[in-house]
Design a protein around this ligand. Sequence first.
Ligand code: ATP
Ligand code: MG
Length: 366
Amino acid sequence: MVDLSLRNIRKAYADFEILHGIDLDIKSGEFIVFVGPSGCGKSTLLRSIAGLESITSGDLVIDGERMNAVAPSKRGISMVFQSYALYPHMTVYENMAFGLRIAGTPKHEIDARVRKAAAILQLDKYLERLPKALSGGQRQRVAIGRAIVRNPRVFLFDEPLSNLDAALRVATRIEIAKLKQSMPDVTMIYVTHDQVEAMTLADRIVVFKDGYIEQVGTPTELYRKPANLFVAQFIGSPAMNILKSEVVDLQGASMRCRLDCGVSLDIEATQSGLSRGEAISIGIRPENTRIGEGNGTSPVFTGVIDLVEHLGEVQILYVDLPGCSEKFLVKADGESTFARMQDITFTVHHRDIHAFDANGSAVTIR
Ligand SMILES: Nc1ncnc2c1ncn2[C@@H]1O[C@H](COP(=O)(O)OP(=O)(O)OP(=O)(O)O)[C@@H](O)[C@H]1O
Ligand SMILES: [Mg+2]
């Protein structure tokens, strides 16, 4: 069991700072997922935690002990990378045992750990095979096995599934979910670009941008209550639609705004400090639209369909709203028939409307 604290971690390469003071507390046994655009510093932070990179300033504390200067092998951390680099001339068993052999672990102990890891990862049948006789997913499981046998206190994964095809990704993701259940005390940090992996595996997700943390929260919190425009558009797929709008009236906790597309909305906002005439952004997720006129209680939007994308179970409609240069995406069921240039009317429930001030910060809506 281990608590992991990052305190004001900065990392620079020469004069160029990549991480700008990262603060994060991770509880024992938590499964934390790092997400963020390419180049925002996720791998750099992971490698700094593992000790593969030095930390420029700040503290890495594991279980109350400052770890900045502790050798990677002494941190109790195992890391699994995107490219799994198994030794091609060694069997699965030998690949998993190798690190322990080098460390001088007794033979019976190695055997017990390798067999336990193989059982967890369902590799028992393949122990005598060479990597070239395994599928990509099985090889990645061997790489995970190699990390498990070290009995890590903290497990770091850097996009471990991104080289696998779609079906294998799903299968291996489920393996990782089971792995988490079988090792409840091990703290895991997992980097991914895959929304489904992030949403399904994480106890908490950390959203990074340009070397800063934008928001930390459970998958549901980030989805329902994004703290700012960036997180709002980063979490969820397709991304949340953003509509330009202006505050036209404020009365107590109630705010009326007029969207550029002509629709007026009444929003119950708890945040004061907004004033009449101020620009705000209204966010609506494609999946929160309901096609039709509704029953009169929800705002009604009208536009013209520019493109229909069939995904089987659902369709994505790219809609031109009057006065808006960007397409508004509507997620519709897969059954109905839609055509290009067709008029479309849809409603959005008040509770599904997000609002952001001119700085991009969420305006808290009751
Ligand atoms: N050894 C290095 N020397 C100089 N700059 C580096 C070095 N390693 C990484 N960087 C820079 O640090 C930034 C963050 O890189 P990092 O690999 O952490 O991003 P990432 O969030 O993992 O991106 P991706 O999602 O593409 O893997 C990038 O701008 C990268 O070019
Ligand atoms: Mg990376």
